[in-house]
Write a protein of this length. Structure first.
Length: 747
């Protein structure tokens, strides 16, 4: 499913749809020649739709859902055809790999993506083409390359108002160094205030994110191309976390007394002298004696070397990524004068080193191939950044007490905890893989393709409470995966393809924030995928039709469940024995007239739990045959843009877009409040731009209906018992309306 800007769809002379070039198979190819279901977003669309993060891509890509994980940056959180990673964990491998300029982000995914030239979303297992594991799909992002032919610069800004504020300032500069080398620098600053509010003090949550990216390109000879990359991100402020969004519905018991839902709600929404607050599904208000405060930074270095050896190209991709997180205080419960789960001064680092080396033959040869080897190592460590181990007056670690710490819950030692408890942890994972993929042209219209991959994955961990490591473990996984298929031409402007592929996602260890919860090691996930599809040009090339049928059988699907541990709900990972995802995807895009373009996409995706799989409800319910969490069964997207010349040197334009989702289950629960009903979200923009693309100014709106779309849900408790209430995770720009003004200038 592809969405492109109007000037790409329709040229002024009424020419056919411009050919779309992708690099999904590690070579430049026309989109219609690639036997993979792909969504492509060009630079123009990414800028127009203000795509600043992987989460934002779900607004642009019809076949992609993105659910933020811890901090909205860990593990990517992408979901393709109902299959993806939605885990609050620092070492889980993402089902949908995120690759930036051929470099896998892995467990050090950046919170921001900037200065992008193109994004390709590949559906289905892709392990024979990418060094990183990609059991359900790949989000491949390409940045704008430096250009040695001349200096250029771009500046722009967004200002968003309504009932919260967001300011975005962005800039980029291209600086030639020599005739064959250039430097490109891009930066973005984002400030967000008022999306969530602490009612107790009338304080608005704030987040300040600064991002910088530097890319240097040099071509010492006709046969050698070198790209060097450096990137840095820094975020400070309050997190966008769960708040009470659905009122309690079940009574709970305190000794001989029953506390009805209304009394629970009064206690849960009480906020001292500030008075009670209203509970709504927007989940934007909470009450807390102390706000969560986080300081986080990310950095990466990378190098790509391409050496043309005549009939072959040798490519080396090297990357180093690191994150440093300091969670100075995190309030999980967000209730005033209540027993709450709190975390003080937890720091963690993550370091990832990856190296890929591959060789590719001439892509125009009758037999073409790419073969490579990949190794990576990821290490994460948890440690205190302040406070004192074991000191309740100045704690470092996890406590389950009221805010003043005059009352804590849990049986006495040695069975229960002595608060605070800090979980020290070291987790190291390493991956070694070899892979190959190729094509054989049988004749002018028929091509066979296929590939194989061998992956070895090692996992080691050590944990300890308030002292030396006392719990150790390790696990090794190895697997052969691959794909096989055929592509053939249909008529003068069409292709069809059929393939079978197998994806592999390794095991991982979960070290929970709550030290009372057990450390868990999940089994690997295996995905067997079948796909039949076609891509056709219509109306003399002005329209393009893509369609496919798919079926994925996922064994040991890695999911998460909510369980009660010592009167506190915790999220813990679980293997679902089998999930079958099957359906159809159809998209039609192109130009109706020279001034009017459109794109429409539809997916029917039946992704079901197996018979006998029980929900997380206090009284478990069989979810067999029900749609898996975070996956809509149906999704329809429509986007269009109309423009007209104004005074010869300018164009006026109007863009409209809409998304319709069927019901979405936000967690593995049968309770109806955990399922968000079918709904539509719509937005658009209106503005002026120069005919040569030098500047643009527009008014924009996102989710103009203010639909409180939830990205995740979590049960609530009262006096240590589940009460039917729900904490919801909502997100700015996705879950509530956004209206603003944006401009861009290039010179």
């Amino acid at each position: 499913m592809v969405i492109l800007p109007a000037k790409t769809f329709a040229q002024a002379d009424g020419s056919p749809l411009e050919e779309i070039i992708v690099t999904a198979q590690k070579r430049e190819q026309s989109l219609r020649d690639v036997p993979i279901s792909i969504f492509v977003a060009t630079r123009e669309q990414l800028e127009r739709d203000q795509i600043y993060s992987v989460l934002d891509l779900s607004r642009a890509a019809p076949g992609l859902e993105v659910s933020p994980t811890a901090g909205a940056e860990a593990n990517g959180g992408g979901r393709i055809r109902g299959i993806g990673t939605n885990l609050f964990n620092e070492s889980a491998t993402a089902s949908v790999a995120v690759v930036v300029d051929q470099q896998p982000t892995g467990n050090v995914a950046m919170p921001d993506i900037l200065d992008m030239a193109q994004v390709e979303v590949l559906r289905g297992p892709q392990g024979t083409l990418f060094g990183a594991s990609a059991s359900a799909g790949v989000i491949s992002i390409t940045s704008v390359a430096p250009d040695p032919t001349g200096f250029s610069a771009e500046v722009g800004a967004d200002y968003q108002w309504d009932n919260y504020t967001q300011r975005v300032i962005r800039a980029a500069a291209n600086v030639p160094i020599t005739d064959t080398s250039a430097l490109r620098i891009a930066a973005r600053s984002t400030f967000l205030s008022g999306a969530k509010t602490n009612r107790l003090y009338g304080e608005e949550d704030e987040n300040d994110l600064t991002s910088l990216r530097v890319r240097f390109r040099t071509e010492p000879s006709e046969d050698l191309l070198i790209d060097l990359f450096a990137e840095y991100h820094n975020r400070t402020g309050n997190d966008q976390f769960f708040n009470l969004g659905v009122a309690p519905k079940y009574p709970v018991f305190a000794g001989p007394n029953m506390i009805p839902p209304a009394a629970q709600l009064a206690a849960m929404t009480a906020c001292g002298d500030a008075g009670p607050f209203e509970v709504t599904t927007h989940a934007r208000v909470y009450c807390s004696e102390k706000r969560t405060w986080l300081e986080r930074s990310w950095m990466s270095l990378g190098a790509i070397v391409d050496w043309n050896m005549g009939d072959h190209t040798l490519t080396s991709v090297t990357s180093y990524r690191k994150k440093d997180h300091d969670d100075q205080y995190r309030n999980y419960s967000r209730q005033w004068n209540q027993l709450i789960a709190q975390l003080y001064y937890e720091g963690y680092t993550g370091e990832q080193v990856a190296q890929e080396l591959r060789i590719a033959s001439d892509p125009d040869a009758t037999v073409s191939y790419v073969a490579g080897a990949y190794i990576s190592d990821y290490t994460t460590t948890k440690f205190p950044t302040g406070g004192k181990i074991g000191d309740l007056d100045d704690p470092a670690g996890f406590v389950l007490c009221n805010f003043s710490k005059t009352f804590c819950i849990g049986p006495p030692p040695p069975i229960g905890p002595i608060w605070p408890q800090f979980t020290f942890a070291d987790v190291e994972t390493s991956t070694q893989a070899v892979f190959a993929d190729g094509e054989i042209d049988l004749n002018e219209t028929t091509t066979l393709f296929g590939g194989l991959r061998y992956t070895n994955h090692d996992l080691e961990f050590a944990t300890g409470i308030n002292g030396p490591f006392t719990n150790f473990g390790d696990k090794n996984d190895s697997e052969v995966s691959g794909r096989l298929g055929a592509r053939w031409g249909v008529g003068a402007d069409g292709t069809m393809y059929a393939s079978v592929s197998r994806g592999f996602k390794p095991s991982y260890v979960d070290v929970p924030a709550n030290p009372l919860a057990e450390t868990t090691v999940l089994d690997p996930e295996l995905n067997t995928s079948l796909e039949v599809g076609g891509k056709f040009g219509l109306a003399g090339g002005r329209l393009s039709l893509d369609a496919n049928l798919f079926r994925m059988n996922v064994e040991n699907y890695q999911a998460q469940e909510q369980i009660l541990v010592q009167a506190e709900l915790v999220v813990t990972p679980v293997n679902v024995p089998e999930v079958i995802s099957q359906g159809v995807e159809v998209s039609l895009y192109g130009s109706i007239t020279d001034n009017l373009s459109f794109s429409a996409g539809y997916i029917y995706n039946s992704a079901k739990y197996p018979d006998g799989f029980l929900s997380d409800d206090p009284t478990p319910v069989d979810l067999g045959g029900e749609q898996v969490a975070q996956s809509p069964e149906r999704k329809l997207t429509i986007s269009g843009e109309w423009f007209t010349p104004v005074g010869g040197a300018m164009e006026a334009f109007v863009n409209l877009n809409a998304i319709h989702n069927s019901d979405i289950r936000a967690a593995q629960r049968a309770q109806e409040e955990f399922t968000y009903p079918a709904h539509a979200r719509w937005g658009g923009s209106v503005g002026l731009r120069s005919a040569d693309g030098r500047w643009s100014a527009r008014l924009f709106g996102r989710n103009l209906g203010d639909e409180p779309y939830i990205l995740n849900a979590y049960a609530t408790t009262f006096i240590g018992q589940e009460n039917g209430g729900v904490r919801l995770w909502t997100f700015p720009g996705v879950s509530f309306r956004q209206v603003g003004f944006a401009f861009d200038v290039s010179f």
